[in-house]
Design a protein around this ligand. Structure first.
Ligand code: UD1
Ligand code: UDP
Length: 349
């Protein structure tokens, strides 16, 4: 049995870092990197830290507008799939690499397996929401991280091939040890700093929203650590917000995974619009404030592990002042990667 896995962006390297080793115990895996993320701090570092095998194909597609980027991915992926003729194409999450991988495979009649299926924000202005809907409707096997995701698929009439696995990102975060000395090196004290990440299109392309976040940071006592996605760095300059970021905020380069988990685990609180960071922090039992209008991770809000705060500065500051409890870290009884790989092999070998 041959599985061809397509990755391209930071969170997909991390998810493949969990699933690939389990998969490779049983089947041949071909790894394809679309090149959507290419900076070494958004790509190479995760291959090194998580010992992910070097991709068999590097498509080097790079950045562009949605249509051009996705179009280049289709053109580069098709010959690879024709050459390799895998039994299954596996895609992760909701990026343009996920969309291109799933559609290219589906058109060639190759079974598509979607890891992180069924998530919905019900906001079609998000590029990720369009990607999720399309991918779920062409996938043959849909591995869902949550019960809500299974229900979302059922509402769209998708009930066949749906498997509840749990979240592979939670699996990894609960296994990773903190990096010794990182806090000392950064001159930070556990429980006394705030960690922030922002990269979502709806927040970075909108001056009002991005300035709402910056203004909130002016009112939250420091230190505040802000690893900057290159897109956010650029937009802070373009919107002339760079100079408004207060002294207490340390703008740093994107972090490696182990560094990031260490910072999440010991933070007083995390403010983020990231899908991955919100659930990692919640799993670790760290209060997390989600800088979005809605989230596809409804369970986090319902359980009180995360608070949805949007991007209005007053609302963010008020929420941060009120909500102080540290939930108990998550305990995971079965490993999602094991459930997923076992099912995949039973179904396709
Ligand atoms: C993408 C995904 C998003 C995911 C995120 C993970 C889509 C539509 N978006 O968003 O769902 O949450 O990855 O981080 O697929 N850039 C660099 N270096 C890089 C890559 C990008 O500087 O290595 C800059 C470029 O200016 C680029 C911009 O970042 O235009 C946005 O990159 P892109 O991959 O289009 O989207 P992300 O915001 O990273
Ligand atoms: N991450 C990281 N360094 C950073 C920011 C995020 O290693 O500077 C990790 C984070 O711990 C999580 C993943 O990247 O595992 C989330 O990716 P991102 O926020 O880019 O995308 P999303 O999850 O929103 O799609």
């Amino acid at each position: 049995m041959k599985v061809l896995t397509i990755v391209g962006a930071r969170p997909q390297f991390i998810k493949a870092g969990v699933v690939s080793p389990v998969l490779r115990e049983h089947v041949d895996e071909i790894l394809v990197h679309t090149g959507q993320h290419y900076d070494s701090l958004l790509s190479d570092i995760f291959f090194e830290q998580l010992a992910i095998p070097t991709p068999d194909y590097q498509l080097a597609v790079g950045s562009d507008h949605h249509g051009a980027q996705t179009g280049r991915m289709f053109m580069a992926l098709e010959p690879v799939l024709l050459e390799e003729r895998p039994d299954v194409v596996m895609v992760y999450g909701d990026t343009n690499s996920t969309l291109a991988g799933a559609l290219t495979a589906a058109k060639l009649g190759i079974a598509v397996v979607h890891v992180e299926a069924g998530l919905r924000s019900y906001n079609r202005a998000m590029p990720e929401e369009i990607n999720r809907i399309v991918v779920d409707h062409v996938a043959s096997r849909l591995y869902c991280p949550t019960a809500t995701a299974v229900g979302n698929l059922a509402q769209e009439g998708i009930t066949e091939g749906v498997v509840l696995t749990g979240d592979v990102m939670d699996e990894l975060v609960l296994q990773v040890n903190s990096l010794p000395h990182l806090l000392d090196t950064m001159n930070l004290t556990a429980g006394q700093y705030t960690l922030v990440t922002v990269h979502r299109q709806e927040n970075t392309e909108d001056r009002v929203r991005l300035s709402g976040i910056v203004n909130a940071l002016r009112e939250i006592s420091g230190p505040i650590i802000w690893p900057l996605h290159p897109r956010t760095r650029q937009k802070l300059y373009d919107f002339e917000l760079w100079a408004l970021v207060p002294e207490a905020v340390r703008r740093v380069e994107p972090m490696g995974y182990i560094e990031m988990i260490t910072l999440e685990r010991h933070a007083r609180q995390v403010l983020t619009d990231s899908g991955g960071v919100q659930r990692e922090a919640a799993a670790l039992g760290v209060p997390v404030y989600v800088l979005r209008q809605e989230t596809e991770w409804a369970e986090l809000i319902e359980s009180g592990r995360a608070v949805l705060v949007g991007t209005d500065s007053r609302r963010i500051v008020e929420a941060v002042k009120q909500h102080k409890s540290h939930p108990i870290p998550l305990v995971m009884e079965t490993e999602p990667s094991q459930i997923l790989v076992k099912d995949l092999i039973q179904r396709y070998s």
